[in-house]
Design a binder for this molecule. Sequence first.
Ligand code: AMP
Length: 194
Amino acid sequence: MIVIIFGPPGSGKGTQCSLLAQKYNLKHISTGDLLRKEIREETEFGRKVKLFMAEGLLVPDELIIGMLMNDLDLADGHYGGILLDGFPRTIAQADALEKNLERRNKKTSVLIDLRVDNEELVNRLLLRGYEMGRMDDDLETIKKRLMVYGEKTFPVKEYYKNIDRYLPVDGNGEVEDIFKLICLELDKIQKLNT
Ligand code: AMP
């Protein structure tokens, strides 16, 4: 199974991915977490990406695609599948991903789109900023990230609709209820695969 958990900042991608990775033995790849690790470790790569992240902008495609493909290759065959969190965020990234998978005769199983109301997103992100101190969770940067999402990331939905891999899920409400909704869908996919 290759599953993309998709949605705007604050839609609960990371939370749901942690639960799903455990239940289905999937390798959870979060590009945001990978980037934050590079910054923490003060690598050359970390220095390159830090400003983009702090400003609420996307890291350039060529940097992020290289990083992700490396991880994807490493995970191949070692898990029950892959769970992508925060990737792809542009059409170019979606294209690179599907081309990489195609070379291994694979294709994304499904893109799950967590749909959450805007007001709820901002409230969740402000709370996270307060609790976790993430550098990009202040109101100004949150607004920028939501704008970038609308411009660059939202169109990725169309890409997956066109290849018949798109599935919207209501991401408002309680973590457990949303998790159950996603599990119902993944169970169906697993059945089809066996
Ligand atoms: P996240 O933790 O997924 O919210 O990502 C935090 C930040 O990391 C984003 O606002 C971007 O600056 C950067 N980032 C994460 N994933 C990507 C991606 N696939 N493409 C470009 N930038 C990304």
